[in-house]
Design a protein around this ligand. Structure first.
Ligand SMILES: Nc1ncnc2c1ncn2[C@@H]1O[C@H](COP(=O)(O)OP(=O)(O)OP(=O)(O)O)[C@@H](O)[C@H]1O
Ligand SMILES: [Mg+2]
Length: 233
């Protein structure tokens, strides 16, 4: 079992009143540890729906999702929440930091939730992550006292600090200018390379997508292309 993420014939139908919206129409996806996968496709093709299902935020209408050996589709809501906390790190377009907490506080809170109150992160891991994301000097800042790029880096630090099996990112650079986008993308790339962190990232930007070494294109609820680029490291 070498896959860290596996889906089988995933479908998702939203029902709005009497109308069915077929957001996913049979998605098969296998991701190996250490992969950096970009997902692209037009608005409404099902990217966020897929990401939310992969992370256990949403249950599919049918099909299977297995994360690091655990079948999300065959467990209680409580167990799924538990797997999500232990194995998934989310990064969204909106940074979703707690505004009243400093960067440090936001990270400690994530660690606390992950460890269910017990400390689980050693100081070295912490230092490595903060150094990689160039955040060492920002720990006392609250979100409003940081730039958008810095806030997103804190959000990424929060996602990666617990060393999740997978980072799921939904347009992580969507709210950033090009300079900060580049910074954030480079840091995701470094996290992937230095820590072998598995990342699945949705993006609208082809340049951002090129940071990943595997590109998946979706249309109308299905994967229509899946290509790997050679690693030119
Ligand atoms: N909660 C919901 N209830 C009903 N329909 C939904 C819901 N969420 C998404 N949809 C519909 O499902 C389809 C896929 O939406 P999704 O958000 O996954 O697309 P997306 O590829 O992420 O688009 P975007 O690039 O605009 O973010 C769309 O037709 C959307 O209108
Ligand atoms: Mg979306």
């Amino acid at each position: 079992m070498s896959h860290i993420l596996l889906t089988e014939n995933l479908t998702m139908t939203y029902r709005i009143g009497k109308v069915d919206v077929h957001a996913l129409r049979g998605v098969d996806l296998a991701v190996e540890p250490g992969e950096f996968v970009s997902i692209m496709g037009p608005s409404g093709c099902g990217k966020s729906t897929l990401l939310h299902i992969l992370g256990g935020l949403l249950s599919p209408s049918s099909g299977r999702v297995v994360i690091d050996g655990e079948d999300l589709t065959r467990m209680s809501d409580a167990s799924r929440t538990d797997v999500r906390r232990r194995k998934i790190g989310f990064v969204f377009q909106r940074f979703n930091l707690f505004p009243t907490l400093t960067a440090e506080g936001n990270l400690r809170l994530a660690e606390h939730i992950h460890g269910r109150g017990r400390p689980t992160i050693d100081n070295q891991t912490r230092r490595d992550v903060l150094k990689l994301l160039r955040l060492e000097n920002k720990m006392a800042h609250r979100p409003l006292e940081m730039s958008g790029g810095e806030q997103q880096r804190v959000a990424i630090a929060r996602a990666v600090i617990n060393r999740p099996a997978i980072i799921l990112a939904d347009e992580p650079t969507g709210n950033l200018d090009s300079e900060n986008s580049d910074l954030v993308l480079n840091m995701l790339k470094e996290l992937n390379r230095e820590l072998n962190q598995t990342i699945v990232m949705i993006t609208h930007n082809p340049e951002a997508a090129a940071v990943g070494r595997r590109m998946i294109e979706m249309r109308d609820g299905a994967i229509i292309r899946d290509s790997r680029q050679p690693d030119l490291r």
